[in-house]
Design a protein around this ligand. Structure first.
Ligand code: GLA
Length: 382
């Protein structure tokens, strides 16, 4: 048993002294290398699961209740399991937990009266998928010994976020949290829900840099982008009925779309292409091409998709001027959170020093750095 599991069991017993801990489950956060906002357009993404994860310890509860304690939030919730089918969201962290419990019941997996103790090492609001890692680890903990198909598990966790937490996110975050593999990225086809393992070339380090900001606009803009992409696909479909989503569209068809949705569609079409190109560049070990695709992706997110922000743009500009940096781009939904950077091995210390100084001078904020080691997906650890 690893140290994290031991620590969690101890914390669980302290919080719930009358309940015997039945197990500990772990689900990782992720950093997406390329393929941003393509998942809900049924396109391609290339994330890696991180060694930062969310941990959930579970034991049986008395009184027919689901009791939840979050160490990060230093907060607790309790619901009668009989009330789960009609539970309403409370617009806070607990919605990710309750949403999963509700979806399990709906899917025919009754929730046993339980105590859950949750601790996450994924930074909140950092764009590294703290919510999906919470959803997936809670789902596994509540399932216990019951087996669920892994794709169904990812879909269920996504439904919890769509329907209960009210975010119309795609499948990327939950999928990579379930399926992540050590030392590899996964190229996920968000339509077929199949993946291809992509071994990254030797001679790169991946480092995420946290802007430490999360602009309010994020949630609203995400919903707008989902709607704009749907409108763009609809406009093309009038002439080309085979275009079920922007995944099927090509650049020639952009002339069928007006205004802002045209710009959004251009990002999706070019970004799907960049995922393919990045995988090809990675296979031939072309680090310069991989870096250039990172920057092209960022530009497209900045200008066409308009989901970047001043802080992210500044980090990308600063990074790309540092020797030993192949490429840099925002990762995740945008409007704050992290950039992801491809570095020559051995340059990380110098990179961090230069980035921290520049960011501090410009915004008076201390950024955080996360070396990203591709890790395995969700599982029981004790
Ligand atoms: C968020 C969502 C994902 C995905 C990314 C953008 O992380 O949860 O489904 O859409 O934004 O690529």
């Amino acid at each position: 048993m690893d140290g994290a599991a031991r620590g969690l069991i101890d914390a669980f017993q302290e919080r719930f002294p009358d309940s015997a801990c039945a197990g500990v489950w772990r689900a990782p956060g992720r950093v997406n290398l390329i393929g941003e906002h393509t998942d809900y357009n049924l396109g391609f993404v290339l994330p890696v699961a991180l060694d930062m994860a969310c941990y959930v310890a579970r034991g049986p509860a008395a009184g027919g209740r689901l009791n939840v304690h979050s160490r990060n939030m230093n907060d607790a919730r309790s619901w009668p399991v009989s009330a789960l089918p009609t539970l309403q969201p409370s617009k806070d962290w607990s919605d990710y937990v309750a949403g999963v419990a509700v979806q399990l019941v709906k899917a025919g997996y009754p929730v046993e009266p339980s105590n859950l103790f949750i601790h996450s090492a994924v930074p909140f609001g950092g764009g590294l998928s703290s919510s999906a890692s919470l959803e997936v680890s809670v789902a596994l903990a509540l399932l216990g010994d019951r087996v669920m198909d892994r794709v169904e598990l990812a879909k269920l966790a996504r439904r919890a976020e769509n329907e209960f937490a009210g975010m119309p996110c795609g499948i990327m975050d939950q999928y990579i949290s379930v399926f992540g593999q050590e030392d590899s990225a996964l190229k996920i086809d968000c339509r077929s829900l199949e993946f291809e393992v992509v071994r990254l070339p030797a001679g790169i380090e991946i480092v995420a840099v946290n802007t430490m900001v999360k602009h309010e606009l994020g949630g609203t803009a995400y919903r707008e982008r989902v709607a704009e992409c749907a409108a763009a696909a609809e406009a093309i479909r009038r002439r080309h009925p085979e275009v079920a989503s922007l995944r099927d569209a090509n650049l020639d068809q952009l002339e069928l779309i007006d205004g802002v949705p045209r710009q959004r569609a251009r990002h999706i079409i070019t970004e799907n292409r960049r995922v393919e190109d990045f995988v090809a560049a990675s296979a031939r070990g072309d680090l310069a091409a991989m870096g250039a695709l990172f920057v092209a992706s960022h530009r497209s997110l900045q200008h066409d998709y308009e989901v970047s922000c001043e802080e992210l743009d500044f980090l990308v500009e600063t990074a790309t001027a540092i020797p030993g940096v192949y490429g840099s781009r925002m990762t995740g939904g945008g409007f704050g959170g992290c950039t992801v950077n491809l570095l020559e091995p051995g340059t990380s210390a110098r990179f961090q020093e230069a980035m921290a100084k520049a960011y501090r001078d410009r915004f008076a904020i201390e950024p955080r750095f996360y070396p990203c080691k591709p890790s395995h997906g969700a599982r029981r650890i004790a």
